[in-house]
Design a protein around this ligand. Structure first.
Ligand code: FAD
Length: 418
């Protein structure tokens, strides 16, 4: 059976863009009681390819008109907005108060907050600032039966019972349509700068990481790149730094004084780790490094992208072995996350499957997991996109049934169609 493409299913579906939450509640309620058609929540449509392909045409529910700012008491460093707000619009609002949500998102002009939550998007700053689960303090959403529910609130509080806010993050629009979000915010630092370090071998890069476990500084991002990825990033942003060997890029933020101090201390600490070169990348060049590293996992023409998670101490070894296969590699190495793109010039199904299985096996051996972020839809049926099923897999299915008994919300997106 040929697998229909997600794009063609979305195209063949009706469109509905509710102007109010009440309108969406009514639609989902009636749909669950009567026609029970598939419902596909969408925001900026930048990540609709993520997950198992959609199968049956239904109704695309766009959150584009649910994009109001509900409340922004800047002194309390929280903001409440509707989920259809574009990330760019949200960042502009917060920047006026020199505040931000310290989560790196690609394509800010298209991505919406609802989509960012549903995919649990994050980037290089996760090392220093954590992920969305650390910033979402309140959520409103509508489940598959059309019931509106609220979790958390406008202030940071100890939630009694299950933390439904956290449950919505990464749920890919399969449990409920997120309509409103309250976020905790951070101040925008005065300056930010990168230290770009090249190492002759992965072994020496790993020794530098070991040294950094006792650093006196507070890097907010710790990124390792193989030569292929470093070349791609550097060419993209026209940076004149070495790219022919493993690279460690460290980001520091704070006042001008703090950043300068951290940069000089880091160079001292790393001076005995065999780095063949160390470059400071401050200011606007530094900003373009943030954008390029944030876009790297998702903005790609390569046929397949994976994300492996493992013990951070094992990541350099994993990258050394994967590097030998010719894959382009970027790692949030402080968090033990490795992202790789399979190049299109040598790809054959058999070849990629052999390498996928070997890498997935290594990730599991390193106490981690292996997820396919993107690849052609027709390959997905035979792949475990989310890696080896977790022990809670059956429990997850029961939760899905509790939130969406008719199975209308993004059917088969998480659990492949049997
Ligand atoms: C694995 C992965 C792949 C990515 N790929 C790309 C990429 O190729 N290009 C790129 O620019 N960015 C990509 N991103 C980043 C992405 O841009 C954003 O971070 C964000 O996830 C997408 O926002 P969006 O509004 O475009 O969501 P969409 O692409 O519209 O939707 C993404 C998912 O979220 C669900 N969803 C959307 N809105 C809601 C809502 N209000 N309530 C419930 N569910 C909702 C959708 O059903 C869908 O499953 C990716 C992120 C991840 C995690």
């Amino acid at each position: 059976m040929t697998m229909p493409m997600t794009a063609s299913v979305i195209e063949a579906s009706e469109e509905f863009a509710p102007a109010t939450v009440a309108e969406l509640e009514r639609f989902l309620g009636e749909n669950a009681r009567k026609v029970k058609k598939p419902v596909y929540p969408v925001g900026g449509r930048t990540a609709l390819h993520y997950g198992y392909p959609l199968c049956d045409p239904g109704t695309v529910v766009s959150t584009a008109r649910l994009s109001r700012v509900v409340d922004y008491p800047a002194r309390d460093m929280t903001v409440t907005v509707e989920a259809g707000i574009r990330m760019e619009q949200l960042n502009e609002l917060l920047d006026r108060e020199r505040q931000r949500l310290p989560i790196d998102i690609p394509q800010l002009h298209r991505a919406t907050l609802g989509g960012v939550l549903a995919t649990n998007s994050n980037g290089p700053r996760r090392y220093g600032y954590g992920t969305l689960r650390d910033y979402v303090i309140g959520v409103s959403a509508i489940d598959g039966r059309g019931n509106l529910f609220h979790a958390g609130g406008r202030v940071v509080k100890n939630v009694a019972g299950y933390d439904l806010c956290k449950l919505m993050i990464g749920s890919l629009g399969t449990l409920a349509v997120i309509t409103q979000v309250t976020l905790k915010l951070r101040p925008v630092p005065e300056t930010s700068s990168w230290l770009w370090c090249s190492y002759p071998t992965w072994q020496q890069l790993d020794e530098a990481l070991e040294r950094l476990t006792t650093t006196a500084t507070r890097p907010v991002a710790m990124i390792a790149l193989n030569a292929r990825a470093a070349r791609q990033i550097v060419n993209e942003i026209h940076l004149d730094v070495p790219v022919e060997s493993p690279t460690l890029a460290l980001a520091i933020e704070g006042t001008q004084k703090e950043t300068e101090w951290q940069s000089s201390v880091l160079k001292d600490e790393l001076s005995f780790t065999g780095a063949s070169a160390m470059y400071d990348i401050p200011g606007h060049h530094g900003e373009s490094v943030w954008t390029a590293l944030t876009d790297y996992p998702v903005v790609t023409d390569e046929p397949l992208t994976f994300r492996a998670n493992m013990l951070p101490s094992r990541a350099a070894g994993f990258m050394e072995r994967a590097d030998a296969t010719g894959i382009s590699l970027l790692s949030h190495i402080g968090n033990g996350i490795v992202i790789g793109h399979f190049p299109d010039d040598w790809i054959s199904w058999e070849q990629s499957l052999a390498i996928l299985n070997s890498l997935s096996h290594q990730a599991q051996e390193n106490r981690g997991n292996f997820v396919i972020l993107q690849c052609p839809d027709e390959w997905k049926r035979d792949l475990l996109l989310w890696g080896q099923p977790e022990s809670g897999y059956q429990l997850m299915k029961k939760m899905k049934a509790a939130f969406d008994p008719e199975g209308v919300l993004n059917p088969h997106r998480l659990f492949v169609k049997a």
